[in-house]
Each structure stands twice: as structure tokens, then as C-alpha cells.
Design a protein around this ligand. Structure first.
Ligand code: AMP
Ligand code: MG
Length: 490
């Protein structure tokens, strides 16, 4: 029995400078610990076959399936503001691309599958904890309706990786509409390879923005399109309390998907300055700083595209600035529209922005849980304000605000039930809370127990449903359960 992957590779047909051909390194004893069966079907793969030992061998990089053209992609990037001219896939290998059931081209990539020419001093491997973390959080983001790479499978390798201690090794199969990053453009820009930038831009347009082929100035339109997608994406992050944690330009996707789940986290109590990542000492990637950093990253992309805009540097720069200038309004429009929905407003009126800002201020001052405040505000729309009040250290702070909010919603014709339903559809009950993610990882790593992981993944697949049997998963951490720091674990 051979497992058929319907590969149709396009990136590996680009010039040799775009990647290094390299096969995954075989591992000792691959064992499948999770297969995303619905995603397998969506990709035209047979989940039953992937669950056989032969499937596990493929998903661990022990066997390369027919039709794969394994490569490590070249890219550069600004890491915490510092430019590194060569990064590349140091521990990931792109097996190839398949066209999914919706006709969308998807990369199938193994992460943690052994060294590549881009590994520098790294071992090319991944530890089980970060693999589970990426699986949980990326699939939770998908269920929340936020553009993201996805997780097809997690396998343990039967080998150890050495971090601070010896840890079980694992491989994640990541699926993305592509793995092209801002840093991919930077790789060629720093080498002044304008022809490669043009080829990459053409590839990206054909793949992610096919309508732009007809545009009068396709490369300008490409920058505008990436700006728009990133503005929307980052607004979506803020609206669920997500902190990416490492928004380096190499972790910023051209397709507008959330990519590279390292020390990312969802915040519990609302705090605009929240940082979890142990390596983000300056708070560069703090929650509320994400839009600014998004624009910074897009500015780096614009710099790469200048040679395609015009031979006249000044003209090219002016055009790029013009396009980048749209980011702030696009972000604000998406963020404000999202906030209005979160507080149950169907229409837009003067004063809404200030009203919502006041709620956020009160939440910050009162350490209100971000997720539960909005979720329980839905119930307050139907007069049951007990749960939302309880999120505030001083419930009176909520009451003061709620009076104005009630007067505002009274101007709209919707019934309380309609309002609550609309709010529940945008305000999740369940997010991947750090303490839950940590507990699941501990059970898997220390006790080889995957039941907690399975249950968490199951609950997070339906974030907008109440799921009374799993109500405890909605709870914020108790003081002694609080996770203060997250680690990238590379
Ligand atoms: P990341 O922090 O995951 O975005 O990775 C940044 C860069 O470090 C990328 O070029 C990765 O391929 C590389 N890298 C991270 N972990 C490893 C590892 N264990 N071995 C080799 N390269 C790695
Ligand atoms: Mg990365």
C-alpha cells in the first residue's frame, strides 16, 4: 500500500537560489500522536492510511512520499529589529504543494524534520512541547475564524532533543497557503537580485492575489493587498486577545495568515502592555504594539519592492509611502468594526469609539478577563449582568459604564435575544488559555498522556458554543496557575 499525496509543486520550480534541496532526516521510532482528520480530507489525503505506520513514517520524515520535492526555503529577516541576511528553513522542510478541495494550493511542510543548509548552529529538530503548542493554538485560531497556518499532524520521533534538558523530539506537519514571508523578499533585496524579487512577486501574485495580474501596476497593487491583509489580520488578533510574541519579518506571511506559533499566547486579564515571551525583554511585540510592528514589517516589504516600482528612487519611495499610508485606517476600521460587534452594536454612531474605549479602560484598571468580559456582556444584553460584573475587581466600574451602554443599545431595534446571539457569534467562550496549554504539554511530556491534549483540542474546535460539560475550560487561571512567561523552545 502506498500513500498517495496529490502533489503539484510550484515553489521548487523557481530558480535554485530560492531554496536548498534537502530530504528530511530519518528518525528512530515515529509514532503518530495526532492526525487532523478533517484537514487531511480537505487536502485530498486518506486519513485512514495516514494513521498506519507507513503514514507515521511519512509524517515523521522517515519516508518521502512519491511526488514530493523536498526543499528548505531561503529567507532573511529582521529579528527584534536586527537584520539577519540569511535565516531560511533551519528545521523545516517543504514536502510539496497540493490543491485542496476548495482549489486552494497548500504547502505541506514538516517542522522539526532535521538539519538543512540553513540550520546554522541548530539541530533542525523540535521538542514535543512546542509542537503540541503550535498544534493547539493554530487549530484554535482556525476555529476562531482567523487566517492561519494549520496543523495536519504531530508525531513523536522516538529520539530526544537536547534543550536545557533532554526532551522528547517531535515533528509537526504544517499546512499553509504558502510559507512566503516578508523575509523571503528581504533575502533577495539584500543581495540586490531584482530579477529574483520580480519572480517572487509574480509567483505571489499568481498564487495569492491572482486578480492583481490585471492591475495597471501589479507590484504596487501587491503591496497594497498585503498591507490590507496584514491590517485585517492584526485587528483580528487584537479582538481575541492574541499576542504573537515574535513578529519578526521572517514570521510575517505574505498571504496574510498567522504563522510561526512560538511563545505566542492569549491574554487572560486585559492589559494592553501584556508580553509573555521570555525573549521579548523590551516589549517590542506587546499586545497593543502589534499594529505598529505590523506596519514596520510592511515597510520592510515595501523597501524590497522599490526596484519594481520605478527606476527613480524618489518616485518609488513616494509611491510606497502612499500605499503604506493606508495601513492605519485599514487597521482602525477593522478593529473598531470588530469592537462594535463585540459590544453588540449593529450600527455606527458618533461616540461609539469613546464608549468602547471607556470599557477597555475599565477592564484594564479592574483586571477584567478579556474573553469572559465580552462573552458575558452578551448575557448582560439580556439583563443578566451578574457574570460580567464579576469580571471587574470593582463591579461598580462596570455598572457606571453599563448605564451608558444600555442607553446606546436602546437606540437600535434588535431584541435582547438577537443582540446576545450576534455577540456570542463573535465573542468566544473558549480560547487556548496558557495554563491549560501548559498542563496539556506537561501531561504529554512527563506522563506520555495525550488525553488532556485531545480534550483541549476538541473543546477549542467549537469556541463559540457554550459546551456546559467543559465549562471549566473557560475559566481564567487561579493565581497559582497563572503562566507569566512563554518560551519559543527552539
Ligand atoms: P523562529 O524563531 O522559529 O521563527 O526561527 C528563526 C530562525 O531560526 C529560522 O531560520 C529557523 O529555521 C531557525 N531555527 C529555529 N530553531 C531551529 C533549530 N532547532 N534548528 C535549526 N534552526 C532553527
Ligand atoms: Mg520563523
Amino acid at each position: 500500500m502506498t500513500i498517495h499525496f496529490p502533489f503539484q509543486n510550484s515553489y521548487s520550480a523557481l530558480p535554485d537560489s530560492f531554496f536548498a534541496r534537502v530530504a528530511p532526516t530519518p528518525v528512530a521510532a515515529p509514532r503518530l500522536i495526532k492526525l487532523n482528520r478533517p484537514l487531511a480530507l480537505q487536502l485530498g489525503l486518506d486519513p485512514d492510511l495516514l494513521e498506519t505506520p507507513e503514514g507515521a513514517a511519512i509524517l515523521a520524515g522517515k519516508t518521502v512520499p512519491a511526488g514530493a520535492d523536498p526543499i528548505a526555503m531561503a529567507y532573511a529577516g529582521h529579528q527584534f529589529g536586527q537584520f539577519v541576511p540569511q535565516l531560511g528553513d533551519g528545521r523545516a522542510i517543504l514536502l510539496g504543494e497540493v490543491i485542496d478541495k476548495d482549489g486552494v494550493r497548500r504547502d505541506i511542510q514538516l517542522k522539526g524534520s532535521g538539519p538543512t543548509p540553513f540550520s546554522r548552529r541548530g539541530d533542525g529538530r523540535a521538542a514535543l512541547g512546542p509542537v503540541l503548542r503550535e498544534y493547539i493554538v493554530s487549530e484554535a485560531m482556525y476555529a476562531l475564524g482567523i487566517p492561519t497556518t494549520r496543523s495536519l499532524a504531530a508525531v513523536v520521533t522516538g529520539e530526544h532533543v537536547i534543550r536545557e534538558t533532554a526532551l522528547p523530539g517531535a515533528v509537526l506537519t504544517r499546512v499553509a497557503s504558502s510559507h512566503i514571508r516578508v523575509g523571503t523578499f528581504q533575502f533577495f533585496a539584500v543581495r540586490r537580485d531584482t530579477e529574483a524579487i520580480r519572480q517572487l512577486a509574480d509567483h505571489v501574485i499568481a498564487r495569492h492575489y491572482p486578480d492583481l495580474r490585471q492591475a495597471e501596476r501589479p507590484y504596487h497593487a501587491l503591496l497594497a493587498a498585503v498591507v490590507a491583509r496584514q491590517a485585517e489580520l492584526i485587528a483580528r488578533w487584537l479582538l481575541v486577545g492574541f499576542i504573537h510574541g515574535v513578529m519578526n519579518t521572517d514570521n510575517s506571511s505574505i498571504s496574510g495568515e498567522t504563522i510561526d506559533y512560538g511563545p505566542c499566547a492569549f491574554m487572560d486579564s486585559y492589559n494592553p502592555g501584556q508580553v509573555f515571551s521570555s525573549i521579548d525583554e523590551m516589549g517590542r511585540y506587546a499586545y497593543a504594539n502589534q499594529p505598529r510592528i505590523g506596519l514596520w514589517n510592511l515597510t520592510r516589504l515595501a523597501e524590497c519592492l522599490l526596484p519594481l516600482f520605478s527606476d527613480e528612487q524618489e518616485k518609488a519611495v513616494a509611491e510606497a509611502q502612499d500605499i503604506l499610508g493606508a495601513f492605519s485606517d485599514q487597521f482602525s476600521a477593522a478593529y473598531q468594526a470588530g469592537l462594535r460587534k463585540k459590544v453588540g452594536l449593529f450600527t455606527e454612531r458618533d461616540g461609539d469609539e469613546a464608549l468602547i474605549e471607556d470599557l477597555l479602560d475599565a477592564m484594564a484598571k479592574n483586571q477584567a478577563d478579556f474573553t469572559l468580559t465580552f462573552r458575558k456582556l452578551g448575557e448582560a444584553a439580556g439583563d443578566d449582568a451578574a457574570d460580567v460584573r464579576a469580571q471587574f475587581m470593582e463591579p461598580a466600574a462596570f455598572d457606571e459604564w453599563a448605564g451608558r451602554w444600555r442607553a446606546r443599545i436602546a437606540l437600535e431595534p434588535q431584541t435582547a435575544a438577537e443582540r446576545q446571539a450576534a455577540m456570542h457569534a463573535v465573542n468566544p467562550m473558549f480560547i487556548p488559555r496558557n495554563h491549560r496549554v501548559e498542563a496539556v504539554i506537561q501531561a504529554a511530556v512527563n506522563d506520555d498522556d495525550y488525553a488532556p491534549f485531545e480534550e483541549l483540542v476538541k473543546v477549542l474546535a467549537r469556541p463559540f458554543e457554550d459546551q456546559p460539560d467543559y465549562a471549566a475550560y473557560a475559566d481564567p487561571p487561579l493565581p497559582d496557575q497563572r503562566v507569566l512567561q512563554t518560551f519559543c523552545g527552539t
